[in-house]
Design a protein around this ligand. Structure first.
Ligand code: CAA
Length: 240
């Protein structure tokens, strides 16, 4: 039986590339999305990957959604917590809403996605948790106090889960993408984006597939001794 992989925010951007790469590697993939039914239907039509709609910021919705995925595809073996949003603003202009929206989705969303699958992974003695963090969780970023806090929080989550899951055959790792050519980065004002690219030694934005290939490796049996680690994939922009 094919292993089952759940990818949150899995129908667009980096998440879509991850869903596709896992499917190509032989997994049964469930991709979640938050709101855009039309885009999700198009994604399913093009890829054959099943999509599920729920809000990762809501624990009960996540739990019910995951139960549906497991009824359809079988127990979840691999979780890719990828869903994330930005609400950028300099701190003096950042509103409590902007803070809470980002924390609810990016950080609480990881808890809400991993917590329901954790007991099953412990029982079955296998699991792969892969959290998509960000270079900006490592270095901070002007106008991203909210986002950087959640992405740094991801690293604490995987380092702790790694210690709890190791003896049960579960690994938890983070990937910190740098600036990748997705809608999220294209939404940054052009002048700012050009200045960001000039700071990337590779001289270009990354491609979603470059992150997806890291995920496929971390999901595999071969990665079993890599646990609690952070893979930086940023074209040389920042070293930890
Ligand atoms: N460093 C230092 N100063 C900066 C800056 C930076 N990176 N970006 C903007 N500024 C400065 C501007 O030069 C300007 O200064 P002056 O007032 O002296 O001219 C000031 O900050 C801008 O202030 P505003 O009041 O005009 O700012 P605003 O309220 O209009 O907000 C912004 C603009 C939201 C900051 C916008 O510039 C922006 O979106 N910046 C990009 C932030 C960013 O990099 N986000 C990353 C998104 S991609 C992502 O998150 C994916 C990932 O994981 C990598």
């Amino acid at each position: 039986m094919a292993r089952v992989a759940l990818v949150t925010g899995g129908s667009r951007g980096i998440g879509a590339a991850i869903s596709q790469a896992l499917k190509d590697a032989g997994y049964s993939v469930a991709a979640t999305y938050a709101g855009n039914d039309e885009a999700a239907a198009k994604f399913t039509g093009e890829t054959g990957i099943k999509t599920y709609k729920w809000n990762v910021a809501d624990y009960d919705e996540s739990k019910a959604g995951i139960a549906q995925v497991e009824a359809d595809l079988g127990p979840v073996d691999v979780v890719v917590a990828n869903a994330g949003i930005t609400r950028d603003a300099p701190f003096h202009k950042m509103t409590p809403e902007q803070w809470h929206q980002v924390v609810d989705t990016n950080l609480n969303g990881v808890f809400n996605t991993v917590h329901p699958v954790w007991p099953g992974m412990r029982e079955r003695k296998f699991g792969r948790i892969i959290v998509i963090s960000s270079i900006n969780g490592q270095k901070g970023q002007f106008a991203q106090v909210n986002y950087a806090a959640t992405k740094a929080g991801d690293l604490g989550i995987v380092k702790s889960l790694a210690q709890e899951g190791a003896r049960a055959g579960i690994t938890a790792n983070a990937i910190c993408p740098g600036y990748i050519g997705t809608d999220m980065v294209m939404a940054v004002p052009e002048k700012v984006r050009e200045s960001i690219i000039s700071q990337i030694p590779a001289g270009r934005l990354g491609e979603p597939e470059e992150i997806a290939r890291c995920v496929v490796f971390l999901a595999s049996e071969d990665s079993g001794f890599i646990n609690g680690s952070t893979i930086s994939a940023n074209g040389g922009q920042f070293f930890v």
